[in-house]
Design a protein around this ligand. Structure first.
Ligand code: HEC
Length: 154
């Protein structure tokens, strides 16, 4: 005899919002200053890191390691984050679309926190970041900006 309930029913059942009590964090109750320290403490460490750290970081072909500020800001082919531009940042887009974390969407306040953080230029431990630092993503070779011509021939 096969017990179907044990096999397929399990995961879906946990999906439903409201079926689990939400743990209220300073981000959810609006008390946390928008910076990396709080993002790391109340979202990344509890909801992302188990799949996004070290050699096992997902996805295998383009590992996204979220275990430090520097790694998140790392210059890479498709950046994880572009300071000032949530709409171009995978870190925001994947949580906004509920793609991440898989099966357990973030709370609206948490998604908004990430959006604001990126928009504020991703400050590390203060209130205001600096969009001109590394990770702005606007000065790489291959950007198709007008006036961004290759070596000029004047
Ligand atoms: C249960 C494991 C797991 C958790 C928890 C998780 N992720 Fe992921 N993440 C994955 C997997 C698997 C992929 C690759 C998915 C794919 O390629 O479709 C991925 C991919 C990503 C990507 C790259 C997506 C892309 O399209 O380039 C980002 C960014 C990301 N995750 C951010 C997060 C954030 C932020 C959190 C926490 C809020 C989180 N993840 C939590 C497993 C996880």
């Amino acid at each position: 005899m096969i017990n179907h309930a044990n096999v397929s029913g399990l995961y879906k059942g946990l999906d439903c919002q409201g079926s689990q009590p939400v743990k209220v964090t300073p981000i959810i109750n609006g008390e946390a200053e928008v910076n990396y320290q709080n993002l790391n403490e109340y979202i990344i460490k509890t909801k992302c890191i188990k799949c996004h750290q070290g050699p096992q970081a997902e996805p295998e072909n383009d590992p996204v390691d979220l275990s430090s500020y520097e790694l998140i800001m790392e210059d890479r082919f498709i950046p994880v984050l572009i300071k000032g531009s949530p709409q171009r940042s995978r870190l925001f887009l994947t949580v906004e679309s509920f793609e991440m974390p898989p099966k357990v969407p973030l709370e609206p306040e948490e998604i908004e926190f990430i959006r604001k953080w990126i928009e504020n230029c991703a400050p590390k431990d203060s209130k205001v970041g600096n969009c001109n630092g590394s990770g702005s993503g606007d000065d790489g070779p291959g950007d198709d900006e007008p006036g961004d011509d290759e070596p000029s021939d004047d």
